[in-house]
Structure formats: structure tokens, C-alpha cells
Design a protein around this ligand. Sequence first.
Ligand SMILES: [Zn+2]
Length: 109
Amino acid sequence: MSHDTVTDASRASERDLLSVERRLVDQLERSERQILELELVLSDPDTIQEDRDSARAVLDSIRADVFQIRRAITRIEMRTYGACVGCGRPIADERLQMIPFVAHCTNCA
Ligand SMILES: [Zn+2]
């Protein structure tokens, strides 16, 4: 009686998920540092309007990323990471490698 094959397979994917989670946490920390820097630029009264506008645009897009990254980390913890949140089918590996926090497959994106 042996479950070695099953155990090895789930161990491998566990390891993969851990490395994905590490990547996501790194990205999250980087993004949060960027947000702090941009908030400093915005809170500086000497910052000109043009720089303010571009800082706000970048800030918005980083905040959107942070939101997606947090949700991806939650999906890892809930064991649903890698499944499309739209249709439930697996998201292609290449797509996940390119955008680790992607939530939708190409059909649902
Ligand atoms: Zn889908």
C-alpha cells in the first residue's frame, strides 16, 4: 500500500506555491514602498502639478496591483490559486508565470 506518487506530486506543487507566494510577497513589499515614495512626492508642497498628476496615475495603478496581489495570496492560502475566478478552469502556466497575480484565464480576461 503506497501513496508515494500522489504525495510526491502534491509536495511538488506545494513547493511551487510557496515560491509563487514568496514572489508575490516580494512584489507586494516593493509596491508598498513605491506607494510610500509617491505619497511623499504628493505631500510635498513644492511638487509641481504635472508631477502630481503622473504620481497619482502611477499610484492608482500600483494600488490596483496591490489589491490583485493580496487576492492572489489569499487564493494560495485557500488552495484555489491557478484556477480562473471566472470559469474555474486552470489558468495556463505561461500566463501565471508572466503575471503571477492574474485572476482570469485568457477566455475570461
Ligand atoms: Zn476563465
